[in-house]
Design a protein around this ligand. Sequence first.
Ligand SMILES: *Cc1c(COP(=O)(O)O)cnc(C)c1O
Length: 426
Amino acid sequence: MQRDTLVFDLIKQELERQRRGIELIASENFTSLQVMQAMGNVMTNKYAEGYPGRRYYGGCEIVDQTEQLAIDRLKEIFNIEYANVQPHSGAQANAALMLAILQPGDAILGLDLSMGGHLTHGSAVNFSGKLYQPHFYGVKREDGLVDYEMLEEKARTVKPKLIICGASAYSRDWDYARIRKVADEVGAFVMADIAHPAGLIAKGLLSSPFEHCHFVTSTTHKTLRGPRGGVIMMKKDWENPFGLKDVKGNLRLMSNLIDMAVFPGTQGGPLEHVIAAKAIAFGEILTDEFLTYQQQVQKNAQAMAQAFTNRGYQIISGGTDNHLMLIDLRNKNISGKKAEQVLGHADITANKNMVPYDDKSAFVTSGIRFGVAAITTRGMMEDHMEFVVNAIDTTLMSADDENKLKEIKKQVNEFMSQFVLYPEMG
Ligand SMILES: *Cc1c(COP(=O)(O)O)cnc(C)c1O
């Protein structure tokens, strides 16, 4: 068959784009070469519905080993009893978990999307807001911190079956113990969605949800720096509280219900090539180098937040504990949409984002979100944050000056050439 140069040329162009720009999308990262290589392998040809040792297809003895390795390594990373590595993405992990423990129409309580939450936490346009009855808590207007009192009040009035903590645009740590307390009071499960800060939690740099939350879900491609995918985890397995029994009359474990909700509940065959890459990424996370990396992520985020504050930018909650920050641009007289657009002209990639109590729509927004996981992987240290923030500030302040933007883009490209991305790829 003829090589499809059209598509391979586009892939090459994407590599060049990634190389020359400053990547500040908080949910992105650069995997190691071996993680990427593992995704393009013959395991993509294999059907393996089921789980290691109990599959619906023959010929699974090799993929059983990679999947088991991924499971074992993930359990070791977080010191937990149960892990499912099959969800194709973070959204799929949440869909499966909710299917495992909820009935259609059950009330759920999550952080409002416009306050930093995620679509899968009950948004009207998502399965979670259509199948279940969504309720929301927010962050406080005065300090941008999660409004735990509001969460408790809502929990007591709507009596949700599930309380979801975790966010996509929240720069502070969570008080998981406090959420568990009110959950116990109203008879709710607690799920922590650590899609964003999982890498920091893995290395003990943020508080761990596992002691307090019944369930933890995550993506594997954000701060965990693995392939695109999702996982579902539990600190401890336990007998399901719904009275569901197996054919022998034994109470099924919670882990059985979750496994069944992933497959056959919400997915078909697992992506065993991606699971192989997950296994490699999890092996990398277990190393000391990954600790050094996450420590640098935290230092870079704090240095970046400080540099923005020095220039009069308003960071929601005043700073960051993790890898990201959300900036309210209203005092700079530029919308999130326009900021994203002009930064793009300077080869700086970020995304517009609503800020709490935003008066602009989700398509325009007053805010922009920056994360440092990707640039830290590129090799940046605290000292480099000054250049990055200066480039952003100059861009935003010269938004209508095409010549100035061209000049910044040139400086950005030159600056990035010192941080070589995938040198092995030529
Ligand atoms: C990114 C994210 C997800 C979804 O992950 P996908 O892999 O894009 O489906 C879920 N929850 C939160 C909090 C996220 O930030």
